[in-house]
Design a protein around this ligand. Structure first.
Ligand SMILES: [Zn+2]
Length: 340
């Protein structure tokens, strides 16, 4: 009650109390405004044209932000800062995208400086895995934890790592790119140009290509999809749930490669929690999490396995709204601590 009164007072006095979050994906943009507690107050999502001009897209994002402020009846001075979640590779320190495979025209685009000029507030940029880790840590499955990994597992594969209560950023914010650790030396070609990367085996795009090549005509997967060329990972999950042999084998292969990556992470930084996004979340306990926990526990030392939890994303489809907000709020927190 007192907190509510204080917030209303601050809003009335025109103090900046709103955070802007922007999630730029390969096919969609999500823009959201949150209050000082991180509650989403207004949002919009729309498709993005991967072949479109990045300057036009950034101008549309700035216009979205102004429209959301207007929707809440707030002045632009109410904005405390903005955060952007975007596909890597990128340079978080300079706020640039560096040729994300799904947005080739964005190579070198100074996203954070451009938005800073347009909106007149500090703007932070993080890759989508780091932003997702911050969002799950602040608002989702990882609240109150000291060390966790969050894995994005849709088109590509990446990890955001919170270690001893801080995001592990590495050089230019590029730590955690476990999707490109080789799981088969000189194996399948990867979208990044290397070979044998984890992403070339369990990334949604690579897995979809393989399923379309490998599914036998008699498989339930082909039947559910209505043709081999229409297969997606969702059809494999549905067919595996119904006991289809090909789908179960594919999922076992998927879990096996994922388990190798998780074992590497557990030995590297001894997390308390591993949060898995899209495909494992959709697969659920019986098809993914139970076999995965069993394999990981069997392959790491008991001291590391004890108390380790492997769970689905708590934010699910809401992650896109919270990712940029968490980046913005993290920026605000680090600015306050560095100025103290
Ligand atoms: Zn790769």
């Amino acid at each position: 009650m007192l907190a509510d009164l204080r917030r209303k007072h601050l809003e009335f006095k025109g103090f900046p109390t709103l955070w802007l979050g922007i999630d730029i994906g390969g096919s969609k943009v999500a823009v959201a405004l949150a209050d000082a507690d991180g509650r989403i107050r207004a949002r919009r999502r729309r498709p993005v044209d991967p072949a479109g001009d990045p300057s036009d897209e950034l101008a549309r994002i700035a216009a979205d932000a102004r429209a959301l402020l207007a929707e809440l009846g707030a002045e632009s001075s109410a904005l405390a800062g903005a955060g952007v979640s975007a596909p890597g590779p990128l340079d978080a320190e300079r706020g640039l995208l560096l040729g994300p495979p799904n947005l080739p025209r964005w190579q070198g685009t100074p996203v954070a400086p451009w938005l800073r000029d347009a909106l007149g507030v500090p703007v932070r940029l993080e890759n989508d895995a780091n932003a997702g880790a911050l969002a799950e840590w602040r608002f989702g499955a990882g609240r109150g934890r000291r060390s966790l990994a969050f894995l994005t597992m849709s088109t590509g594969v990446g990890a955001g790592l919170v270690v001893d209560g801080a995001l592990l950023r590495g050089r230019a914010g590029n730590a955690g790119e476990i999707g490109h650790v080789p799981v088969v030396w000189d194996g399948e070609p990867c979208a990044c140009g290397l070979r044998g990367c984890l992403e070339a085996y369990i990334g949604g795009a690579a897995w979809t290509n393989r399923l379309r090549r490998a599914a036998p005509a008699s498989s339930r997967v082909v039947e559910l999809a209505g043709g081999r060329e229409r297969i997606t990972p969702e059809h494999v999950l549905a067919a595996a749930g119904a006991g289809d042999v090909f789908a179960c084998d594919e999922l076992a292969r998927y879990n096996g490669y994922l388990a190798r990556a998780l074992v590497g992470l557990v030995f590297t930084f001894a997390p308390e929690l591993i949060v898995l996004g899209t495909i494992p979340s959709a697969a659920g306990e019986a098809l993914c999490f139970e076999p995965l926990r069993e394999q990981v526990r069997a392959r790491v030392w008991p001291v590391l396995a004890s108390g380790l939890e492997i769970v689905p994303s708590a934010l699910g489809p809401e992650l896109a709204d919270h990712a940029g907000i968490a980046v913005a709020m993290q920026g605000g927190a680090s600015e306050r601590s560095s100025s103290n």
